[in-house]
Ligand binder design. Sequence first.
Ligand SMILES: Nc1ncnc2c1ncn2[C@@H]1O[C@H](COP(=O)(O)OP(=O)(O)OP(=O)(O)O)[C@@H](O)[C@H]1O
Length: 269
Amino acid sequence: MSIVQEPADASEDALRFENVTLEFFGSHRPAIQDVSFAVPRGKFVAVIGPSGCGKSTLLNLATGLLQPTRGEVHFNGQRITGVNSEAAYVTQAAHLLPWLSVRANIGLALKFRDVPKDERADRIAHWVRVVGLTGFEDHYPRELSGGMQKRCAIARALIYDPSIVLMDEPFGPLDAITRLKLQQDLLNLWEGQRGTLVFVTHDLTEAISLADEVVVMSKGPGTVRTVLPIPIERPRDVVSLVDRPDFSELYRELWDLFKTELETAGEAA
Ligand SMILES: Nc1ncnc2c1ncn2[C@@H]1O[C@H](COP(=O)(O)OP(=O)(O)OP(=O)(O)O)[C@@H](O)[C@H]1O
C-alpha cells in the first residue's frame, strides 16, 4: 500500500472516510458526495442503500483501486494513496481461477507472498476444513456448487490474515438456504477472530443479523444518511434472531429509512 504517514495514535478506526467525493471521468454528477464515516477496528459494519448509491465505489476506494476526487480515505490512521494490499476483497462473483484446483485457488495469496511450501500446505488444509470443503481440494471451480465456490473465495480471501475484509454482496446470487448457511458460517468465523469487516448488502435482515453497525446510504449522489448501531449480543444465531422483538424493531427502523430513500429516488413500488 502506498501511504502518507500520520501520527501513530491518529486513529483507532480501521477505515475512515473524510468528506469523500468521487466523480467518475466524464460523469455529470458525483457518484458519492461528501461521505464521512468510520469503521472501528474489529467491528463488522454493513453498508446498505439503494442501487447505484455508491456502495461498491466505497469498497473500491478502501482498496485504493479508486482515488477520491476530493477528501481522504484513511486505513489504520494512514491516508490511502495507492493499492491497499492489506485489504481482502470478496466480490459478488467468486472470481476463482478456473484452471486451478480448490487447493491452488485458496493458496494463491500465500504463493504470491512467497510463503514456504510446507506452511502453505498446512494453512490451506486448515482453511479447507474451516470452510467445509474437505474432499474437494482437487476439484476445479466448475465442479463446485455456487455456495461451495463462495466458500472457496472466502477462504482464499481470509487465508493470509488480511487487516480488513471487504465483501460486496458476497451471498447475493445464492439460494435462500445456502445463503443462511453461509451467513451463519461467516458469523461463526468472524466471531472467532473479530477482524474488521465491511459488508455491502441489499438485504436488511442480513445487515442486522451480521453487523455491529449499519451504514445507510442515500442516493443521487451517494451520501451517508445515518449509521445505525445493532446492539444485539453475540454469538448470534441467524435463524432464531429474526423472532426477537428487538430484531423486528431494528428492521422497522431500517426499513423506514430505506423506504424514504427509495421514495426519494423514485423507485418505490
Ligand atoms: N466506472 C464507472 N464509470 C462511471 N460511472 C460509474 C462507474 N462505476 C460506477 N459508476 C456510477 O457510480 C454510481 C455508484 O455506483 P456503484 O456501483 O458504486 O453503486 P452501488 O450502490 O454499488 O450499486 P448496486 O447496488 O447496484 O451494485 C452509479 O451511478 C454508477 O452508475
